[in-house]
Design a protein around this ligand. Structure first.
Ligand SMILES: C[S@@+](CC[C@H](N)C(=O)[O-])C[C@H]1O[C@@H](n2cnc3c(N)ncnc32)[C@H](O)[C@@H]1O
Length: 271
């Protein structure tokens, strides 16, 4: 009998040893999953922190060429057959600039909008002609000097940042340049920083409608209005309205307003 009892005790101890070993094993595998989860999270965070990849590599090569011939681009940009040039006075009215305002013309090119803005905001206002192309900026500076325009500054920016001081402008204007941004989220982030609270963002770009738009637009412009609008909203701008500019057939004009961090949070809570 004692032998049997001893056998039962041994079996019980053995069973409990097996059970606790298997439980330890499960715990350790659970911890591994948890660690793997943490690793995934940190990888994900790492990806979020990683630099934005170019959405259109090489699109600005011609503008970055140190031998860029400004007169060639004047002939392309400042010509009445181009809608955004022909309708410049209507666009200027839509921007509703007040004397004393600070405006950034991002992707200013040859600068015809910058000059109109400088006139509209007056001596107490400030216009920044912002571009990645040094040759365009040199042209804008030279013209300002010749014409005695004192409230127009050129800013050589990077492909990722407009390099404007924080809270420095009331309106950012982007004409035919958004689709040239290689790193739109980074550039939009810097625009958000540069705008004062409640500041306005005006974007003019090509309508891109497969089956309708010209071949040039379909090949050159990477996305249509709805996609660009969604990108801009995702960067912290509230869509205000689309403005119908008389004479625009191939272009659209969208108005946004900078959302402050508080507004964003409030809207998230409301959802
Ligand atoms: C098609 S041109 C338009 C110029 C001008 N806004 C106009 O409508 O005549 C596009 C301009 O955007 C500039 N550009 C491209 N990427 C830019 C960026 N990330 N930041 C600022 N300017 C940029 C180019 O150098 C070029 O001058």
């Amino acid at each position: 009998m004692n032998v049997y009892r001893l056998l039962i005790i041994c079996l019980t101890v053995l069973a409990s040893l097996i059970y606790s070993a298997s439980a330890r094993c499960q715990q350790s595998s659970a911890r591994t999953t948890l660690l793997a989860g943490t690793d995934d999270e940190s990888t994900e965070k790492g990806q979020k922190k990683a630099e934005e990849a170019s959405v259109r590599p090489g699109i600005n090569e011609r503008f970055l060429n140190k031998d860029l011939d400004v007169s060639e681009w004047l002939g392309r940009f400042e010509i009445e057959s181009r809608e955004v040039y022909a309708q410049r006075e209507s666009v200027l009215r839509e921007c509703a600039l007040r004397p004393g305002s600070a405006v950034a013309d991002v992707g200013a090119g040859t600068g015809f909008y910058s000059r109109l803005f400088a006139n509209a905001v007056g001596v107490d206002g400030q216009v920044y002609a912002v571009d990645i192309a040094p040759r365009f900026l040199r042209h804008i500076s030279e013209l300002s000097r010749t014409d005695g325009v004192r409230n127009l500054k050129t800013v050589l920016c990077s492909e990722r940042s407009v390099r404007l001081p924080v809270n420095s402008v009331d309106l950012v204007f982007i004409c035919d340049a958004y689709h040239h941004f290689e790193f739109p989220q980074s550039t939009l982030g810097s625009i958000h920083d540069a705008l004062r609270d409640g500041g306005a963002l005006v974007v003019i770009d090509f309508e891109r409608i497969p089956g309708t738009s010209r071949e040039f637009i379909l090949n050159h412009v990477r996305a249509g209005k709805a996609d660009f609008r969604a990108e801009i909203e995702a960067a912290g701008f509230a869509f205000e309205r689309e403005v119908a500019v008389a004479g625009f057939k191939e272009n659209y004009l969208l108005r946004f307003r900078k959302q402050s961090a508080n507004e964003g949070n409030r809207e998230n809570q409301d959802r």
